[in-house]
Design a protein around this ligand. Sequence first.
Ligand code: ZN
Length: 562
Amino acid sequence: MEMPNFNDILYERPSLEQFRDCALRVRLKIMTAHTEGVVAAALAEFQKELSHFETHSALCRIKHDTDTSDPFYLDELSYFEMADAVVSDLSSGVYSALLSSDIADVLKAEFGSMIFLKAQNRKDTVSTEIINDLAEEASLQNEYDQILSDSLIHFRGQDYSYSMMDPFLESTDREYRKEAHEAVSHFYSENSSRFDNIFDQLVKLRSSISTKLSYPSFVELGYKRMERYDYTPEMVLQFRQNILKYIVPITTEIRRLQQNRLGVSELKYYDLPVIFANGNPKPCISVDQFHGAASRMFQTIFEKDPSFYDVLYQHGFTDLKARKAKSTGGYCATLVDYGIPFIFTNANGMSDDVTTLIHEAGHAYAAIRSVDSSAFIECISPTLETCEIHSTAMEYLSYPYLENFFAEDADACRQLHMTQSLLFLPYGCMVDEFQHLVYSNPEMSCENRHQIWRELEEKYQPFLDYDHMNFYEKGGAWQKKGHIYTDPFYYIDYCLAQVVSLELWDMSRENPKKALRVYDQLCMEGGNATFLELLAKAGLESPFSTDIIKRVAYRACDFLNL
Ligand code: ZN
């Protein structure tokens, strides 16, 4: 197939009627089939319909996010709130038929066990009686996203989108950045009760869905939704304890040294983003030049010209620059019909922008490498902690090539990245523990949620000093984390991926070719196995091992001269 240009792909609202007809027809065929050939043909028919739906759902999301002021796509997005839930339920019906087929054993041998695991999981997490709840959940999540993308932060006489504030938040002028941080916290504290209200509705709704599906709480359902086939809340708890024990002391030392470097008598919350006395390294090129630098870098890493990145860029599958009326954050979404990923970021000239670009490019690379890994759309992409290894490991594999973006500041940039990676681990665990506490006690009041967040901060970030800023002192900072609203229990995935990526980084220092080979193999495997199985296949150790956390902590300290 000739590679299309992104702008030539026309969005059309996928018909639910057509999808329903197809799903019911396929379901019947599977239920009555006596040969695997009939089942294979029926599943192929269903996959085609599902692929069409998912492609246009992703297309709608991208079109909306690249111009949030367009009312057409905002309207279309709300169509998917219900449509996604219905499609989920109909898919569950198709896969239930697969599970209960008379020839299930033959089919398992033919298609592999992963699709059966996923079929069972779908059956355990979706049912017709919760379809309206799922649509309501999606609608509340969109409401949260919309508040953020509509938000304008008033700072020194001007209005800025949230993403555009980043450079001010790490200004070397202390008074200036203090004011910028206050402007952001002012925005959150003004909207605090709106955020509390959305979250409270989400917690109660998710808990009620769990009850309808006969789970003791949303914790169990949340794990199922995240498709955790081979690890439990107990293992995650042990992981968090390892981070507390081996990483938190390092981050406390990082902050102490930072305070010395900045020469301040007390390290306040608004000082935290500034790691170096003369400011964090900034790219030596403009955002418009990112493409050229990324192109050179990926050509060198993968020894290929043009690289996957060049092809995406040339066909319009990238949107990197921050601007008004654009959704916040960064992501990579694949248009399944074409097997092509789209890279979305909000770059405004910061070092983080380069990291985000490389991170999302890692997702894109994996999407392209795994495109033929399975006949099932559901199995092409692995579970999310593995996806986050694709992206996070790419950040480390790019270390030797950061000169393309930072010239003589590349070394400072590597130090900054490693520092931020270590600082992230306790933060990520804190977000995870917060969600465990919240969903184990869904009746908890909004104030109590703030209070437990503040207690967690004292445990995981003992150096925090909020400088009497009331909103944060009372535990409001969690409201800044979108995943808590929109992607429950996702956050620990980043931490697990971080540890495995550090393992790959360590390997790459001794044997870069081997590390690249292991990385490539993990990407090519797609989602044909569970998390720990995929790691074992690639020859990587599990992040649940205490030894591996101790080892990467030691190596990272050595790298940072701690
Ligand atoms: Zn990611």
